[in-house]
Design a protein around this ligand. Structure first.
Ligand code: BTN
Length: 263
């Protein structure tokens, strides 16, 4: 994957202004945070062929074989309001889901808050991180990993029943560059809403693409496990669960487990 290949046919104005590609890094999010701290331009994207310490949500590790996936971290400099902190990860999940649907016709859906699933198996994950640069200007990173050309046997046994890749679902290898370009186009479009101060279109898209809403779910959180019907994603990106006694509970993070994911 080269910068030249990515730029060819990329019609974004903000996203991908600067593209950095590495063969091996600890974590593209970690490197992007460093770049952001040092003042890198809005729209800078850091990509790697391999991560030695890829970061997942809740301190988990994100692992992909060398050269098989998209491992990307985008730096954006919009000042988020306190009630918009859940928006960056939704933006990532919506953009990836729409890209997989449009480009490859895959029935991708979002498991709240930001896992992208195809027929119940995880094909992509998003990790958003927020910080301030050395001039106290806020920025955030939208980091995403997409399993592109990974065969089933290449996933560790422990993930084989819960993870998938584009190669597995689409039936053949696809160009990582074309998938990346499609994601960046969607990110640019959806980010323009946030820049205009409007998060409703992002929430609406995340709700439309959600495989969680309307389902009976179990939510694993740091405070324990909750069961209920997932009713809606609120304006801040939080999940509303209605428990058996009819009471509503609001969650800003957690791992959702649902029985049936295939559309
Ligand atoms: C998750 O589902 O737990 C989120 C996974 C996010 C992984 C991506 S890979 C590229 C970027 N760099 C990282 O260290 N993590 C994100």
């Amino acid at each position: 994957m080269t910068e030249h290949e990515i730029r060819y046919g990329l019609r974004t104005r903000v996203i991908g202004q600067s593209i950095e590609i590495y063969s091996r890094v600890e974590s593209t999010n970690q490197l992007a945070l460093r770049r952001g701290y040092a003042g890198a331009a809005e729209g800078t994207i850091v990509l790697a062929e391999y991560q030695t310490a890829g970061r997942g949500r809740h301190g988990r590790v994100w692992h992909s074989p060398h050269g098989s996936s998209l491992l990307a971290s985008l730096i954006l400099r919009h000042r988020l309001l306190p009630n918009q902190l859940g928006i960056p990860s939704l933006m990532g999940a919506v953009s990836i889901t729409n890209a997989l649907r449009e480009l490859l016709n895959l029935p991708a859906m979002i498991r709240w808050p930001n896992d992208v699933l195809v027929c119940g198996k995880k094909i992509s994950g998003v990790l958003a991180e927020l910080d301030y640069d050395q001039n106290q200007r806020p920025f955030f990173i939208v980091g995403f990993g997409v399993n592109v050309n990974i065969a089933s046997a290449e996933f560790p046994l422990s993930l084989r029943s819960s993870a998938t890749s584009i190669q597995i679902e689409f039936g053949r290898n696809v160009s990582r560059v074309s998938v990346l370009r499609a994601i960046l186009h969607h990110l640019e479009e959806i980010y323009s809403n946030l820049k205009l101060g409007s998060t409703a279109p992002i929430i609406d898209c995340a709700t439309d693409l959600s495989t969680t809403i309307g389902k009976k779910v179990q939510l694993e959180t740091l405070d324990g496990s909750f069961n209920g019907i997932a009713e809606r994603i609120d304006a801040e990106g939080k999940l509303t669960l209605r428990d058996q006694s009819g009471r509503l509970h609001l969650f800003s993070s957690g791992d959702v487990v649902h029985a049936e994911d295939c559309v």
